[in-house]
Design a protein around this ligand. Structure first.
Ligand SMILES: Cc1cc2nc3c(=O)[nH]c(=O)nc-3n(C[C@H](O)[C@H](O)[C@H](O)COP(=O)(O)O)c2cc1C
Length: 185
């Protein structure tokens, strides 16, 4: 009898946990792999789904040269209207396309470019229906941190419930998980 109860509790607990984690999705853009690592480690730790924003034009080293005012990243960062095209937002473990309707919370992860999120992340945010959804923003940076990048991005997510964000260039997946769970409490 006791064993039956225990098995039932474990089963139910497992189901509830799977249900909870399935409702959070990670969506990341990463040009050189740092943000990708952070997002993947955390999503794995949380058992959450993870999707990559793939640009139509893959950024080359020359595109990413911030010393050059004429590099693609500099041009995009200096143009408030820039919205680079997205090829796909796909699962990293299958070919499934991202569908926001299946999630309560979307954790948007990106590198800091000139103190803000890259413009392609704005393309993503503007293309989604955020009504009733929570958003958390995580970044990696060379040291300047999240700054106003999260709040600025959230302005373009109509109807979103923005919970906050943080720079996680350093820190384990477990640290990030703890931070996210704290925000969603
Ligand atoms: C075009 C460009 C602009 C950047 N601007 C900043 C900045 O303003 N502040 C900062 O701390 N780091 C800046 N960085 C560094 C990146 O934020 C950092 O290397 C990040 O971890 C890269 O992530 P990724 O590998 O996922 O692309 C910039 C990098 C690039 C390519």
């Amino acid at each position: 009898m006791l064993l039956k109860k225990l098995i039932l509790t474990l089963l139910l607990g497992g189901l509830i946990m799977t249900g909870l984690s399935a409702k959070t999705a990670f969506v990341y853009f990463s040009a050189t792999g740092t943000t990708e690592r952070m997002a993947k480690n955390t999503a794995k730790e949380m058992g959450a789904d993870i999707f990559e924003i793939q640009p139509v034009h893959k950024y080359t080293d020359a595109d990413l040269d911030w010393h050059n005012k004429k590099s693609l990243s500099s041009i995009e960062c200096n143009d408030p209207k820039s919205r680079p095209s997205i090829k796909a937002v796909v699962s990293t473990s299958s070919t499934t396309a991202f569908d926001i309707s299946g999630y309560d919370t979307v954790v948007v992860c990106y590198p800091i470019w000139w103190a803000y999120a890259p413009k392609i992340v704005y393309t993503f945010v503007e293309s989604q229906n955020w009504a009733g959804k929570k958003m958390i923003t995580l970044c990696t940076s060379g040291g300047s941190g999240l700054g106003r990048s999260g709040t600025d991005l959230s302005k373009f997510a109509k109807g979103v419930d923005f919970k906050g964000g943080k720079d996680f260039t350093r820190g384990s997946g477990a640290d990030v998980k703890k931070y996210i769970e704290g925000l969603l409490k």
